[in-house]
Design a protein around this ligand. Structure first.
Ligand SMILES: Cc1ncc(COP(=O)(O)O)c(C=O)c1O
Length: 459
C-alpha cells in the first residue's frame, strides 16, 4: 500500500469493528481508542497515513524506533530473499545473517564484544541482568553479586525484572511486589535536580549519592549498574559530560559491571551510533533493540564485552554456557533485515544527520519560549523534550488536561508528538523522536503546530 492509495471508509470501518471486538491493546485505554480510532495503512519517510486518508508527521518514529524512516521497500526484499533461503533455525547453531550482524555490532562498538540475540529491548536488558549474575557466580563464587543499581524514573522494559529495574512507581504499582534486588538512586535530571542543586556547583551530587549507596549496600553485593545514557522516560535528560565517566569509575573501583541501555539511544538517535560513545566509556553489557531494525522486524541484542563473554567459555562439563535459550533469538530473516538497516544508516550518515538536524530542530523549538508554558527545551540529536510548566520560576508542571489538549491539537493537525512516561513528575514533557530522515520542512511544521497548540491553550 502506498500513500497515494484512495481511502476506503467501508474497509476502515470493518477493521475498526474487527479490532475492537477481538484485540486487547497495550497501555492505551480502549475507551479512548474507540474515540481516536487511528487505523494505519501506509507510511513513507516520516509520514504515516490512516485508512481515512489523513496523513501525520510521525514525531515519535513509531515507539521511538523507525530510525531510517518508513517505506524502505528494499528491506522487504531482503526479508523475502532470506526467507527463501533460510527463514529460521534455532540459534544453538549458526546462520549467516546473525553472524554478520554480530560482526557489524562488534565493529560499531569498536571491537572486543560478542552479541547475544533476543527479540525486544526488555529481553535484551533481562538477558543482561542474567548474564551479569551468571558472570559473578563464575568469577566470584564466594561473594555473590546480585543487586542491580538503577535510577528513579528510569524505564528499562516490561518484564517483571526490567519493570523492577525501572523507577516509575505508577508503572509498577499494579504488579507489585516485584523482585527487591533492584535499588534506585537519584537520576541526573538537572532541570528538576533531586538535590535542588545546579550544575556545576552541585559537583555531581547524584554520582556521590550512587557511590554512597554502593558503599552502604556493600559493594560485594552489587552486580551491575544500569544506565540509559540520555534518559528518555523523564522527558529526555542529558547528563553533564562528566556523569557517565564518573559512573564508570564507580563500576571499576568496586568491581561492578556497567550495563548501558541503548534501546532508544542507539543507532544514531543522539548523533553517534551509540549514546555512550559521546562520553568515551567502555561498558560491559549493552542492550540494543528498536533502531537495530528500525521496526522492520523484531530483533534485539545484549552486547557483551569479551571480559564477560570469556567467563562463559570452558569445557562442556563445567556448565559455563549461557543458561537460557529463546526460540527466535538470532532469527535469520530478522538478522538479515537488521544488517541491511544498519548498512543504510551508515551509507546515509544518519547519526551525523541526527546531530545536525537535532540542532536545527531544537533551535526551532526554542522559539516556543515565547509561550510562558515552555519551561525547558533539551535533548541530544533527534531525542528531544519540551517541558511545559504553569510558571517558569516555580516550575509547576502543566496539568494533565492541558497536556492532553496539546497532544490532541497536534494530532488533529497532522502531527504526532509524544508525552514522557516517567510518572506524574515528568508527564508534562512533550517528547520528540522522529525518524532520522526527517526534513527541515517537517521539523518546521512540528514547531509551527506546537506553537499553535500552545496558543490554543491560551498560554
Ligand atoms: C530505554 C528502554 N529500554 C528498554 C525498553 C524495552 O524495549 P521493548 O519495548 O522493545 O521491550 C524500552 C522501550 O521503550 C526503552 O525505552
Amino acid at each position: 500500500m502506498s500513500l497515494t492509495n484512495a481511502p476506503d471508509p467501508a474497509i476502515r470501518a470493518a477493521i475498526v469493528k474487527q479490532d475492537l471486538d477481538n484485540v486487547m491493546h497495550p497501555i492505551v485505554q480502549h475507551r479512548a481508542l474507540e474515540k481516536s480510532q487511528m487505523v494505519l495503512v501506509g507510511a513513507q519517510g516520516s509520514t504515516v497515513r490512516d485508512a481515512d486518508g489523513t496523513e501525520y508527521i510521525d514525531g515519535m518514529a513509531g515507539l521511538w524506533c523507525v530510525n531510517i524512516g518508513y517505506g524502505r521497500t528494499e528491506l522487504a526484499q531482503v526479508a523475502h530473499d532470506q526467507m527463501l533461503k533460510l527463514s529460521y533455525f534455532p540459534h544453538t547453531a549458526m546462520n549467516e545473517p546473525a553472524a554478520k550482524l554480530g560482526e557489524q555490532l562488534n565493529t560499531l562498538m569498536g571491537g572486543g564484544y560478542h552479541s547475544y540475540f533476543v527479540n525486544s529491548g526488555s529481553e535484551a536488558n533481562e538477558a543482561g541482568f542474567k548474564i551479569a549474575r551468571q558472570y559473578h557466580k563464575h568469577e566470584s563464587p564466594g561473594s555473590y553479586r546480585y543487586k542491580v543499581l538503577s535510577r528513579h524514573y528510569a524505564y528499562h522494559g516490561t518484564t517483571m525484572a526490567t519493570l523492577a529495574a525501572g523507577g516509575m512507581g505508577d508503572r509498577k504499582a499494579k504488579f507489585e511486589p516485584t523482585d527487591g534486588n533492584f535499588l534506585h538512586i537519584a537520576a541526573p535530571t538537572c532541570y528538576r535536580c533531586p538535590f535542588k542543586l545546579s550544575y556545576p556547583s552541585c559537583e555531581l551530587a547524584c554520582v556521590t549519592n550512587m557511590e554512597t549507596t554502593v558503599q552502604a549496600e556493600g559493594p560485594d553485593s552489587i552486580g551491575e549498574i544500569i544506565i540509559e545514557p540520555i534518559m528518555s522516560s523523564v522527558g529526555i535528560a542529558v547528563p553533564p559530560d562528566e556523569y557517565l565517566p564518573a559512573v564508570e569509575k564507580i563500576c571499576r573501583d568496586y568491581g561492578i559491571l556497567l550495563h548501558i541501555d541503548e534501546v532508544i539511544n542507539g543507532f544514531g538517535r543522539t548523533g553517534k551510533m551509540f549514546a555512550h560513545q559521546h562520553y568515551n566509556v567502555s561498558p560491559d553489557i549493552v542492550a540494543v533493540a528498536k533502531g537495530i531494525t528500525s521496526g522492520y522486524m523484531p530483533m534485539a541484542a545484549t552486547i557483551v564485552k569479551n571480559n564477560v563473554f570469556n567467563s562463559f567459555l570452558g569445557e562442556v562439563s563445567e556448565g559455563r554456557n549461557v543458561m537460557q535459550v529463546n526460540t527466535w533469538g538470532g532469527h535469520a530473516a530478522a538478522a538479515a533485515v537488521a544488517v541491511r538497516n544498519i548498512e543504510i544508516q551508515l551509507e546515509e550518515n544518519l547519526a551525523e544527520r541526527a546531530g545536525e538536524m537535532g540542532k536545527y530542530f531544537m533551535d526551532g523549538l526554542r522559539t516556543l519560549f515565547r509561550h510562558g508554558t515552555v519551561g525547558d527545551v533539551r535533548g541530544k540529536g533527534l531525542l528531544i523534550g519540551v517541558e511545559l510548566v504553569t510558571d517558569r520560576v516555580t516550575k509547576k508542571q502543566l496539568g494533565n488536561a492541558e497536556m492532553v489538549s496539546v497532544v490532541d491539537f497536534c494530532r488533529k493537525n497532522g502531527v504526532i508528538v509524544g508525552r514522557a512516561g516517567g510518572g506524574k513528575q515528568y508527564s508534562n514533557t512533550i517528547t520528540l523522536c522522529p525518524p532520522l530522515v526527517i526534513t527541515r520542512a517537517e521539523c518546521d511544521r512540528i514547531v509551527e503546530t506546537l506553537d499553535r497548540a500552545l496558543g490554543a491553550i491560551g498560554k
